[in-house]
Design a binder for this molecule. Structure first.
Ligand code: URA
Length: 209
């Protein structure tokens, strides 16, 4: 059974508050999203397997730990997920990056995939799906379903702010997935925005509004 991890380290709380502030500039917003992803990545990778190796320090031979060759992929959901990629790659430079683009069909309201480019060996990688705002959860859930269709077995979801509705949706559809968030907000409004949230994350990252 997957878990919901609310990462409430003071640094994360402080940075999320800066994101929420409508007076935060696009430049600052983009930088902070990346910093938050970096800090969250530290926690989301806590269960990475390590192996013992023997190395020589300048002083002595020592048994030491290193990451046991696990391969990772990060998969941002377009477009706001892109803002989280660099922060993750700073810690895990060897991770491959896949991209999934989904839009909501205005009639069926179902997510429709319009773009997908994944590493060839995605099924062998631990996958971290990135979507800064887990609102209805429809998009994140569809992206996870899609990755499962590619035989991905180890998937985690990382969102900065979530609505209870989004968490419930993903947990209902994918009970085995660990979800990492920095804040669980009150609710969704009638337009599907998270309240209090931070507005449209994509617009605030890319300055399109
Ligand atoms: N997507 C956003 O960018 N913001 C929300 O509040 C909900 C979905």
């Amino acid at each position: 059974m997957g878990q919901v991890h609310i990462l409430d380290h003071p640094l994360l709380q402080h940075k999320v508050t800066m994101l929420r502030d409508k007076n935060t500039s696009v430049k600052e917003f983009r930088e902070i999203v990346s910093e938050i992803a970096n800090l969250m990545c530290y926690e989301a990778t806590r269960d990475m397997p390590v192996e013992e190796v023997e190395i020589e320090t300048p002083i002595a031979v020592a048994k030491a730990k290193r990451i046991a060759g696990k391969k990772m992929a990060v998969v941002p959901i377009l477009r706001a997920g892109l803002g989280m990629v660099d922060g993750i790659l700073e810690l895990i430079p060897g991770a491959k990056v896949g991209h999934i683009g989904l839009y909501r069909d205005p009639e069926t309201l179902e997510p429709v995939q319009y773009y997908c480019k994944l590493p060839n060996d995605i099924a062998e990688r631990d996958v971290l799906v990135l979507d800064p705002m887990l609102a209805t959860g429809g998009t994140a859930s569809a992206a996870i379903t899609f990755l499962k269709d590619y035989d991905c077995r180890h998937i985690k979801l990382m969102s900065i702010i979530a609505a209870p509705e989004g968490v419930e949706r993903v947990r209902g559809d994918h009970p085995n997935i660990d979800i990492f968030i920095a804040a669980l907000d009150e609710r969704l409004d009638e337009r599907g925005y998270i309240v209090p949230g931070l507005g449209d994350a994509g617009d605030r990252i890319f300055g399109t509004k």
